[in-house]
Write a protein that binds this ligand. Structure first.
Ligand SMILES: Nc1ncnc2c1ncn2[C@@H]1O[C@H](COP(=O)(O)OP(=O)(O)OP(=O)(O)O)[C@@H](O)[C@H]1O
Ligand SMILES: Cc1ncc(CO)c(N)n1
Length: 494
């Protein structure tokens, strides 16, 4: 029978913490998840805007609906919001206590926002002895033992011992925020399971360098509740919950959710990140550099001088002719007819549509495409593409040509949005360029190119995969340099 786990907690509409995180976590541990909503928050990855707790009588009604019908193997208790809600949960536990109870004493969010009425702290303290395991963060642990927040793991463990002994529950001391050094100097995020008898079991884990930490506490406590019925002890559940959370932390950035401290990827083990999602997140600094570089900013608002745009267009025309040859080579290497058609068609489109655009823009200004000298950056980018497509595998070649689709589609879409916000009266000097790359047909081609690269990665050998990653990142870097040369004039003679 599937393990049935209940969360009694608050709602986080942004999906990274609270009930939403708990249900994803329960699913990730292969259990059947249920959720009773004690409180509602209006929050996102940047912080909490509001809290609303429905009447406590309705919390009681939800709990009774569960226990009248379903046997619950474990419960995780999170944000309860008010003293009245705490009293309802206390009463429910007195008669319907499931075999395993994890209590995450949610008082203050990572963002510093309060999630519990001030007058409810003593009620929460009184509820703690009903739990088997408490999972306070450093700040909550300090409040619960009436001390200053610990500054290192030893200090937090000492407070954990005090809390375990006064409540009779085990305490998982979360050292994540504190950090600690491993034997070989690696930074660790070590937690510690402290028993009421003063026993301490360290649960070490690697430190994950990420800003995606929203909801880590909720996710860890719900993983513990879901794993405990499937393991021999809290220590065994803690080791496995920690390993799962480390993977979720590492996968968080690739989700691309939110502007603040983003969520972790609860389902990372079910849906491993693809080549494209992983690489798109890895080139985030390059994307940010492109989005904010003077050439793109001036292209977006139309203030880019013609001399700079002309230089860029002339170089890009040189680039497109060779890029089209590279795409034709990818077509020649393609493992199936779909891929062959796509890359052959893209090769033709680079010559017809894109180079046609450049020719039109240049001739409108009385300039021609002939007699252009190829700049060092253009040469370097093309040498890289030619090498990948001439001597590399299909997979490497498909990865090398991908940034040219994807970064242009990305920039085109952004500039298209800005363009749409402008009044139609202000003619934009480079509107035709923006329209070409903001075109939904170009977005569709980009989606196809991403799909072909992902499939090649899946089918690729370890060496081919490494080559794909290196080729994609190098091409992305060259895309940035290619735009940059457009403002680094005095101009290369065109
Ligand atoms: N950067 C990190 N790398 C590895 N583990 C981390 C990191 N940050 C937090 N953790 C781990 O995440 C778990 C939750 O700890 P944390 O102290 O962040 O909880 P919390 O403050 O209750 O979280 P939240 O309020 O965001 O839900 C712990 O196991 C901790 O070790
Ligand atoms: C609903 C909810 N519960 C708990 C936390 C603590 O992270 C949060 N931010 N939101």
């Amino acid at each position: 029978m599937t393990v049935r786990v209940l969360s009694i907690a608050g709602s986080d509409p942004s999906g990274g913490a609270g009930i939403q995180a708990d249900l994803k976590t329960f699913a990730a541990q292969g259990t059947y998840g249920m959720a009773v909503i004690a409180s509602l928050t209006a929050q996102n990855t940047a912080g909490v805007r509001g809290v609303f707790s429905p009447p406590a009588s309705f919390l009681a009604q939800q709990l009774d609906a569960i226990s009248d019908d379903i046997a619950v193997d474990a419960v995780k208790i999170g944000m309860l919001g008010s003293a009245e809600n705490i009293a309802v949960v206390d009463t429910w536990l007195a008669t319907h206590r499931p075999p395993f109870v994890v209590l995450d004493p949610v008082m203050v969010a990572t963002s510093g926002d309060r999630l519990l009425d001030e007058n409810a702290e003593s009620a929460l303290r009184a509820l703690l002895p009903r739990a088997d395991l408490l999972t306070p963060n450093v700040a909550e642990l300090a409040v619960l033992v009436g001390d200053e927040p610990a500054r290192d793991l030893d200090g937090a463990i000492a407070q954990g011992k005090a809390l375990a002994s006064s409540t009779g529950a085990q305490v998982l001391v979360k050292g994540g925020h504190l950090g600690s050094a491993g034997a070989d100097g690696d930074q660790l995020a070590t937690d510690a399971l402290v028993g009421p008898d003063g026993s301490v079991t360290l649960v070490p884990g690697p430190w994950v360098s990420t800003t995606n930490t929203h909801g880590t506490g909720c996710s860890l406590s719900s993983a513990l509740a879901a794993l405990r019925p499937q393991r021999e002890s809290w220590a065994a559940a803690a080791v496995d919950a920690k390993a799962w959370l480390t993977g979720a932390l590492a996968g968080g950035a690739a989700l691309g959710v939110g502007q603040g401290r983003g969520p972790v990827d609860h389902l990372h083990a079910l849906f491993p990140a693809t080549f494209s999602t992983q690489e798109w997140s890895r080139i985030a600094p390059i994307r940010a550099a492109i989005e904010t570089m003077p050439f793109i900013v001036a292209l977006a608002d139309g203030s880019l001088p013609w001399v700079n745009f002309r230089f860029y267009l002339a170089q890009d025309a040189q680039y497109l002719r060779e890029y089209a040859r590279c795409l034709a080579r990818v077509a020649a290497l393609a493992p199936d007819q779909d891929a062959q058609e796509f890359f052959a068609h893209s090769s033709a489109a680079a010559l017809e549509a894109e180079m046609g655009l450049h020719r039109t823009l240049l001739t409108a200004h009385g300039e021609s495409l002939s007699g252009i000298e190829t700049s060092p950056v253009t040469t370097a980018y093309l040498d890289h593409l030619h090498r990948c497509c001439a001597t590399g595998s299909y997979a490497e070649a498909a990865a090398a040509v991908l940034p040219c689709f994807w970064l242009y589609q990305h920039i085109g879409e952004r500039l298209g949005v800005l363009q749409a916000q402008r009044s139609s009266a202000d003619a934009h000097p480079y509107a035709a360029w923006i329209e070409t790359y903001a075109d939904p047909a170009f977005a569709a081609a980009t989606t196809s190119a991403i799909g072909f690269a992902d499939r090649a990665f899946q089918a690729g050998s370890p060496a081919e995969r490494d080559a794909m990653i290196a080729a994609f990142e190098r091409s992305s870097r060259y895309e940035w340099m290619f735009f940059a040369q457009g403002t680094d004039l005095p101009a290369w003679p065109v």
